[in-house]
Design a protein around this ligand. Structure first.
Ligand SMILES: *Cc1c(COP(=O)(O)O)cnc(C)c1O
Length: 231
């Protein structure tokens, strides 16, 4: 068997084990395969293993891959997630090509994505990127801004608010990881009370997946553990 297929099966098994260990319902955590910087062949291997959800960080690279698979492998119904930073002059290709966006931090970006989403397409499924207090990087909104941005998004016709995403600071300690994820989880529950369509908490990467699942993640974004390290 190919490495990517073996890795995917191992990660899926780990996810099922952690669901059980942490008392999460079976199948409550989905796997997003983060294929950024990896060639089309790597995605094809994952497709061959039955995987259909992929995450990309860079607009041009992501759009090229989406168009390649539409043209040459249209038999696969792939769900494409944009998970990288968004510049306001790059919203159109995102709106026109991706199915999901995890990295919304500003109302202005949300408005542009909604305006530019083709009306022949289903609404773009979006998450608000949150900066928990444990995080050093400045990307993502703080707790107060989440509710404001959520309200603005729910008023836009071509976006559907599905939840929150976060990239906490990379620390090795499980308890420290857990603290950041639990903050996010509390915000997520608050948001769910206000908006019943909110069902997605995107947190956890190759280095902190168990803590994310323990804290309530519904979607882990895994790159390295599936596709190997990036240059
Ligand atoms: C690169 C990236 C990932 C995957 O990280 P790995 O450590 O390779 O699993 C997940 N989420 C985001 C936003 C990323 O940029």
């Amino acid at each position: 068997m190919q490495t990517i297929q073996v890795n995917l099966e191992r990660i899926q098994d780990e996810i099922r084990d952690y669901e059980l260990k942490f008392g999460r319902p079976p199948q409550s955590v989905q796997l997003l395969a983060v294929s950024k910087t990896k060639p089309n062949q790597a995605i094809l291997d994952a497709l061959g293993a039955g995987h259909r959800q992929f995450g990309e960080n860079y607009v041009q690279e992501g759009v090229e891959k989406i168009q390649y698979f539409q043209e040459h492998h249209s038999q696969f119904e792939i769900e494409w997630h944009f998970i990288g930073p968004i510049q306001s002059n790059k919203t159109r290709p995102i709106a026109e090509n991706f199915d999901w966006v995890h990295s919304i931090e500003r109302t202005k970006i949300a408005k542009r994505l909604s305006q530019q989403r083709g009306t022949d397409l289903p609404p773009l499924q979006v998450l608000i990127q949150v900066n928990t207090s444990a995080e050093e990087s400045k990307s993502g909104v703080d707790e107060q801004q989440v509710l404001e941005l959520a309200q603005a998004i729910t008023e836009l016709p071509n976006l559907t608010l599905r939840g929150l995403m976060s990239i906490p600071a990379a620390v090795a300690d499980h308890q420290q990881q857990l603290e950041a994820f639990k903050q996010l989880s509390a915000m997520f529950e608050q948001l769910q009370c206000l908006y019943p369509q909110v069902d997605t908490l995107s947190m956890g990467m190759s280095g902190d997946m168990p803590a994310a699942i323990e804290a309530g993640s519904t979607m882990v974004r895994i790159g390295t553990a599936i596709f190997g390290s990036r240059n």
